[in-house]
Write a new protein. Structure first.
Length: 101
């Protein structure tokens, strides 16, 4: 007995469904029947689109901000490691000095 595979929807399909739901020309039940989805799924996608609509007009989308923060964090970590290595090398490297005597 095999389980049914979960369907995976692309972002453009989700956006289309969410926009149709936001127009409110059809009921959720009608949209669900048309797109072969559960009404709760359509409602969730609609809520996501409404809640995140302000990101469309912000300076940079949330994904770019998160990617930038992750990259910045990675670079600061690398700088820290390089500074530790430099300090270690400075301590270990001592020019040969001839002892008096």
């Amino acid at each position: 007995m095999s389980k049914a595979k979960r369907r995976v929807f692309k972002a453009d399909f989700k956006a289309k469904v969410a926009l149709d739901a936001a127009k409110e020309k059809k009921t959720l039940a009608q949209l669900a029947q048309h797109f072969e989805l559960h009404p709760n799924q359509i409602f969730q996608w609609k809520q996501m689109s409404v809640n995140r609509a302000s990101e469309l007009f912000s300076e940079a989308p949330l994904e770019y901000k998160q990617a930038w923060e992750a990259e910045k964090s990675r670079l600061y970590e690398q700088i820290g490691r390089l500074q530790v290595n430099l300090e270690w090398l400075k301590k270990k490297y001592q020019p040969y000095q001839e002892s008096p005597g």
